[in-house]
Design a protein around this ligand. Structure first.
Ligand code: PGA
Length: 245
């Protein structure tokens, strides 16, 4: 059975706690629960109390988590803290963190394991840069990243394929490109998790908007989207949901 479509919203470094709660209340005025699952990944400081502001059935999550359990790690936020703030998901290995903070596959895997140890579902991001795509090495690059980032990670995981050249650039991969990579990722997941791979969600991310979300998510191996820019306005999120339903 194919998994339920997930619309995962990545606010990145946008929305103060006050703005985040106001957004949740605004969504609650028009949101009707449908077949698509929705989760909002907010900045850590805006998470607390956010779940109550969201309409019933909308989950929240974080954008990063510490690889450590607790203790002397100034500035870090643990998976247990996120759990207590009612998070369901946490993004790990987003390309902006891999670039800005030199996060390696091994670190991403350690963060995903910490998330799982607290009952959170990690959304593990992988994807190639433009030079890799132009050299035609995007499949091997992305699958190597995936294998490294899933070391010791069990099947309670969501994968997001986000080609770096499509993030925030307005350049979306075609639905066919997204499907080709999602199918390759599914193959690698099968090696790792056996038949369970068929029930795991593989998302596409990179300039997803109301006018392209349905075509991308209609692909057989694409089970939803990770959306940055178009996640900030309630109006765009409602438009994406109605396109998907
Ligand atoms: P974008 O970002 O939708 O603004 O391209 C996607 C992401 O980085 O998760």
């Amino acid at each position: 059975m194919s998994p339920r479509t997930l619309l995962a919203l990545n606010w990145k470094m946008n929305k103060t706690p006050t703005e985040a709660r106001a957004w949740g209340r605004e969504l609650a005025r028009s949101y009707r629960r449908g077949t698509v699952e929705v989760a909002v990944m907010a900045p850590a400081v805006s998470l607390y109390g956010l779940k109550e502001a969201m309409p019933g059935g909308v989950d929240i999550g974080a954008q990063d988590v510490s690889a450590h359990e607790s203790g002397a790690h100034t500035g870090e936020i643990s998976a247990a803290m996120l759990r207590d703030a009612e998070c369901t998901y946490v993004i790990v290995g987003h390309s902006e963190r891999r670039t800005d903070h030199a996060e390696t596959d091994a670190l991403v895997a350690a963060k995903a394991r910490q998330a799982q140890a607290q009952g959170l579902t990690p959304i593990v991001c992988v994807g190639e840069g433009l030079e890799v795509r132009e050299r035609g090495e995007h499949v091997e690059h992305t699958l190597a990243q995936l294998r490294g980032s899933l070391d010791g990670v069990d099947e309670r995981v969501v994968i997001a394929y986000e080609p770096v050249w499509a993030i925030g650039t307005g350049k979306t991969a075609t639905a066919e490109d997204a499907e080709a990579m999602a199918a390759a990722i599914r193959g690698a997941l099968r090696e790792h998790y056996g038949d369970l791979a068929d029930s795991l969600r593989v998302l596409y991310g990179g300039s997803v908007k109301p006018d392209n979300v349905a075509a991308i998510c209609a692909q057989p191996n694409v089970n939803g989207a990770l959306v940055g820019g178009a996640s900030l306005k309630v109006e765009d999120v409602l438009a994406m949901l109605s396109a998907l339903e």
